[in-house]
Design a protein around this ligand. Structure first.
Ligand SMILES: Nc1ncnc2c1ncn2[C@@H]1O[C@H](COP(=O)(O)OP(=O)(O)O)[C@@H](O)[C@H]1O
Ligand SMILES: [Mg+2]
Length: 225
């Protein structure tokens, strides 16, 4: 059974058809890399697979279960429990410090605050070398630092699947290398699935599947490994 299955996905924005009948299956432990020119529908597809956005037509199944009948609240629960997101534009909360931004999803998940959240967040901040920024506000960070915070936040709830939109778009090549290694480890040791939309060709070497999107259509799916 696939961990995620998308069947006949169509997404319309008014007259614009952003996705045209997309079928895709993702198995547990895969690293799926979605590539394609700007405007080809990568972000739209990622958001639909991650249950952030609803398709105009078509069905999404998670672990074999059709999710079309679920309320927004139920979908949010699945996202919080099972998914981690690294958004292209980060969406950090400006009123919260770095460390608060990182542990917020864990707080939401467990409902009650626990000082362990701080330790967990600090662990990831250290790994990405930005522990010294823990009490800063997002407006005080560089783009690369914001991206690292977004990466830490995506990991905090021990997700089963991480969705990432251009996760290395704003960081230097050394930090990108860091991210690759980290991704590889999480994938190998915890079987975490990654779904990544990217322009960075260096991701291709890690992919189990490369999805080539063009004008909202899948042109080719290349299986690797
Ligand atoms: N919220 C939106 N409203 C209207 N059009 C949108 C919206 N989001 C994306 N689009 C359009 O859908 C197409 C695919 O966009 P997107 O998924 O962001 O592509 P990519 O991530 O590959 O650059 C583009 O033509 C874009 O302009
Ligand atoms: Mg995009």
């Amino acid at each position: 059974m696939s961990e995620i299955k998308a069947e006949g996905i169509i997404k319309n924005y008014g007259n614009l058809v952003a996705l045209k009948n997309v079928d895709l299956e993702i198995d547990k432990g895969e690293i799926v890399v979605i590539v394609g020119p700007s405007g080809s529908g990568k972000t739209t597809l990622l958001n639909i697979l991650g249950l952030i956005d609803k398709p105009s037509e078509g069905k999404i199944y998670i672990d074999g279960k059709y999710l079309g009948n679920l309320s927004e609240k139920e979908l949010a629960k699945i996202r919080n429990r099972k998914f981690g997101f690294i958004f292209q534009f980060f969406y950090l909360i400006p009123e919260l410090t770095v460390i608060e931004n990182i542990f917020l999803p864990l707080w939401i998940k467990e409902k009650k605050f626990n000082t362990r959240f701080i330790l967990e967040a600090e662990k990831y901040l250290s790994i990405f070398g930005i522990l010294n920024k823990k009490n800063s506000y997002p407006s005080e960070l560089s783009g690369g630092e914001m991206q690292k915070v977004a990466i830490c936040r995506s990991l905090i709830c021990n997700p089963k699947i991480i969705f990432a939109d251009e996760p290395t778009g704003n960081i230097d090549s050394l930090s990108a290398l860091h991210f690759f290694k980290f991704m590889e480890n999480l994938n190998k040791e915890k079987q975490i699935t990654f779904v990544i939309a990217t322009h960075n060709e260096k991701f291709l070497q890690f992919a189990t599947k490369v999805v080539y999107l063009n004008e909202g259509k899948i042109e080719k799916i290349e299986k690797r490994r």
